[in-house]
Design a protein around this ligand. Structure first.
Ligand SMILES: NC(=O)c1ccc[n+]([C@@H]2O[C@H](COP(=O)([O-])OP(=O)(O)OC[C@H]3O[C@@H](n4cnc5c(N)ncnc54)[C@H](OP(=O)(O)O)[C@@H]3O)[C@@H](O)[C@H]2O)c1
Length: 349
């Protein structure tokens, strides 16, 4: 879109389910910052009341059960679900959103939750003319957008994703979700989703962009594999994470994230490095930034804004790379909160 075209402003209420969680709070703040209209929701009326004191102008709709959830989503344009484990919440919240004619987005890192949402809600979402986007987050959607932008519409043979973190202080929600999700992790080999243990890619060293640099990584796929497999048709999709944050995640003594500034962002640094093989050559797309929980908020809010003002290529249950112009989406978040390198220059904005 060039600067002479008028775009309608994004309108409509955006229900945030899980609004008082660590990630939910970043999402509410980002939606408010963008002039969108969040409605605070979740299953605890008491914890919502505490959050509502921070945002006296915002509507509050507690949803402790399915019936209340149906009432809460009524009349909203989009529902953002930040309440994990998503193996427990994505099914009912996505179904309620679609039944109410609202777009649905969540932040699952759990592969089986993302796969179930894509499989089970797609037909109803397409019929309702709404988009359903599981994993519109740091783990999941960010790598999907980077790979889609790098591919530029060309047929993709293989995708390799490497996530580098200089440390990982997990939230309570991350720990509970990790315990809840016992499904084998999946990679793509021969064009099919297969258990990680069947392929067992060896650990290796990975050269991340600064400030991460060279780190030892191990194969550890998250929801991005499910999203990439959904639309790119690559024969191999592999994901890695560097070893230090994994050790911190597995140590029960590692503390929760700590705010390093008034926005609540921690000092954690990340790099997401995506290599896409097209016609025998490798294309690389990278994103560097701060705080994997906090950066999920602008990713979600950018998606919501585009859904509400009509900058979408498809509806139904989709990966973000299918729904949005991936390079344009990423360019909207650069250089802060994402410092990007893409194979082609970023679109002029
Ligand atoms: N893909 C990514 O990159 C990414 C990024 C950020 C977060 N996440 C995921 O998002 C989830 C939340 O993380 P967080 O850091 O925000 O954790 P958190 O601060 O512990 O918040 C979790 C939220 O989920 C709610 N919740 C948990 N189980 C629920 C259920 N069965 N029904 C309704 N609400 C429920 C909690 O409410 P109560 O406390 O009242 O139970 C709370 O509001 C986790 O699964 C995490 O892995 C993923």
């Amino acid at each position: 879109m060039n600067s002479f075209e008028m775009r309608p402003p994004a309108r409509g209420r955006v229900l945030v389910y899980g609004a008082y969680g660590h990630t939910g709070r970043f999402v509410v703040a980002e939606l408010v910052r963008r002039g969108l209209e969040p409605v605070l929701s979740g299953h605890s009326a008491d914890r919502l009341a505490d959050l509502a004191r921070v945002y006296p102008g915002l509507e509050v709709r507690p949803a402790p059960d399915g019936r209340a959830l149906g009432r809460a989503v009524a009349g909203t344009a989009a529902v953002v679900n930040t309440a994990g484990p998503f193996l427990d919440t994505a099914g009912p919240v996505a179904a309620a959103a679609v039944a109410a004619g609202a777009h649905y987005l969540d932040v699952t890192a759990e592969q089986p939750a993302a796969a179930a949402t894509l499989d089970e809600v797609g037909a109803a979402a397409a019929a309702a003319g709404v988009a359903v986007l599981p994993a519109m987050a740091f783990y999941g959607g960010l790598a999907d957008l980077l790979a889609t932008a790098a591919a530029g519409g060309d047929p993709v043979e293989a995708v390799t994703v490497a996530v580098g973190l200089d440390g990982w202080r997990p939230t309570a929600g991350t720990r509970i979700t990790g315990e809840r999700n016992t499904a084998p992790r999946l990679l793509v080999d021969g064009g099919e989703l297969v258990p990680l243990t069947a392929v067992a890619p060896a650990g290796r060293d990975w050269d991340f962009p600064a400030p991460l640099g060279r780190r030892a990584v191990v194969a550890l796929p998250f929801s991005e594999v499910v999203l990439l497999h959904h639309h790119l048709g690559a024969k191999r999709i592999t994901s890695y994470l560097n070893e230090e944050p994994l050790a911190q995640l597995r140590d029960p003594a590692t503390p929760a994230p700590e705010a390093a500034d008034t926005s609540g962002r921690s000092a954690q640094r990340f790099a997401v490095d995506v290599r896409v093989r097209v016609d025998g050559t490798e294309r690389r797309a990278t994103a560097v930034g701060r705080d994997i929980y906090a950066v999920t908020a602008p990713l979600l809010a950018e998606a919501v804004a585009r859904l509400l003002d009509g900058r979408v290529r498809a509806v139904g249950a989709r990966a973000p790379g299918e729904v949005f112009d991936a390079a344009d989406f990423l360019a909207a978040l650069a250089p802060d909160p994402l410092a990007l390198t893409l194979p082609r220059p970023l679109p002029v904005r």
